[in-house]
Design a protein around this ligand. Sequence first.
Ligand code: UDP
Ligand code: MG
Length: 320
Amino acid sequence: MNISVIIPLFNEEESLRELFEWIKRVMTEHNLTYEVIFVNDGSTDHSWQVIEQLRDENPEVVRGIKFRRNYGKSPALYCGFAKAAGDVVITMDADLQDSPNEIPELYRMIKEDGYDLVSGYKMNRSKGDPLSKTIPTKLFNATARAVSGIHNLHDFNCGLKAYRKDVVKNIEVYGEMHRYIPFLAKNAGFTKIGEKRVHHQARKFGKSKFMGWNRFVNGYLDLLTLWFLNNFGLKPMHVFGFIGSLMFLLGFIAILVVGGTKLYHLHSGQSYPLVTNNPYFYIALTMMILGTQLFVAGFLGELVSRNAPERNNYQIEKEF
Ligand code: UDP
Ligand code: MG
């Protein structure tokens, strides 16, 4: 099979049929073999009934996964990825904002140009989305680029992406990490990451499922987590132990200064200044306590990671 199209959806009953017919048309025109995997993320409308109808009409291409409740876009993608059987896996949003006409070219870029992952880059965005969404998105992408080191991506969060099958079988999208799939892929060793400008339309039915500010707070925290996991996840002692030891050392030097000053005054017969009047005393105190704490945090981290079930999950590209 050439292509698996994965569509995570949450209350999108109005668009599903139109979207499916469009995908079908494009696939038939280009002679591509395909499957469409609808992942119903706990919709409370009639989305699932629509999917079942589509399945009855097109039993050989329509697949469905139905969550009992709403888990979020990332878990939906995760389960879709696990089920996908096509050589190239394409994800798209269910709201008709992403155009199925892009599929053949995305497929070609993976198959012929050898990309591991191609991310959509939404053009004519301003028409579809409000400013309150586009400006924070720019900020978000700039940070994501800087942290992930993937400098050629303008639009991390585009729902339309294409992957070589290996990629989706070897990454774990959880929480709200769908925004950082290129980063996850890169960390797993898939480095040929490209971008394609794609048409983007205003939402036709319903409204966006991601609104409000917590999307950015959570987004940034997730980015921090990924950065940390990637850099120190398997060796927490290297970061905490280092900072901890450094602080302890500085504290120790400060203690020497405090002790030295006291001894000097004692020796030279001057009046004894109180140790607590010496600013170095407080520096020493803080540094040594913080240093010990950080060191212990690093050590605990090591103990935890020794027991993590995925500690030896290394990416093996080929095996004989
Ligand atoms: N979605 C989902 N689970 C959720 C929220 C959203 O599966 O909890 C789906 C949604 O149905 C759509 C896609 O994720 O197919 C993108 O959502 P939306 O279009 O609302 O996001 P936006 O385009 O505003 O970023
Ligand atoms: Mg949308």
